[in-house]
Design a protein around this ligand. Sequence first.
Ligand code: SF4
Ligand code: ZN
Length: 311
Amino acid sequence: MNCTKCKTKAVIDLPRHNAAFCQPCFTTYVHDQTAYAIKHARMFGPDDRILVAVSGGKDSLALWDILLKLGYKADALYVDLGIPGYSAKSREKVERFAEAIARPKGATLHTHTVQEEEGAGIKELSNLVHRPTCATCGTIKRYQFNKTAVDQDYDVMATGHNLDDEAARLLGNVLHWQEEYLDKQSPTLPASVEGFAKKVKPLYRLSERELAAYAVLNKIDYIVEECPMAKGSKMLLYKEALNRLETDSPGTKHRFYFGFLDKQERGATAPQSMADKDRASLHPCAACGQPTTGETCSYCKMMARASAAKS
Ligand code: SF4
Ligand code: ZN
């Protein structure tokens, strides 16, 4: 198998593109796909300051690496969830990457430690508020990433969601006809009101397999294990189903997700019109000032419940 571009020995084949690449051409392909995504979905420009949400996994570290190599001003935020046997390891991967790759390029790593800032690790916190661990985690991460982006004047917040993540999420939203989520499922979500950062997913054109290959070929040391709390999640089930379809018919995920984006671009429920709806229903949280539809935001409500349960 030879590289489609330069005809030397290929290291990876991409059946959905009917192509194969050697290492340098594959790295160029990943950079080009990301650069195209940034431009096509109007994510950010060369002078914007970007905050990357990093977890220690392949996608988020690959994203930070790619943005720095493309010449963007990209800092990162890591949220330490305090999960025994997992968080310490993922934090170490992030800190090592920051030290070796990001800092020499002038980038900064911000860290938020849930145990210190919210007063308990994610599992204890979810027990206190009687909510599933992943729901508690989602509320904290959404809140803290947005807060850091807004407080520290970043122009945009970037996450490492890839094609597999987005196709699985779309499948879940379609299976349950979650119309509101479908309207908001876009690679770029504008900052609808003051206090909400713009959110982008520059890796939406690349598959999980491609990003794992990019990380390995570019010597990015990432945490291979999934978060232990993800076990049995619906997302993993949807990914498995899509992988079976993909094996049988390469390009299924791509057609499914890109067909949706195509319809969304031409339709009336584009993210911009969602931004108008948001503007009408959001106002500052009475406790912290972040935008919310209720009197207080879900983070402040959750933290109030946690401190009531402790006392
Ligand atoms: Fe958080 Fe759940 Fe994801 Fe783990 S699996 S990082 S607890 S949302
Ligand atoms: Zn609040």
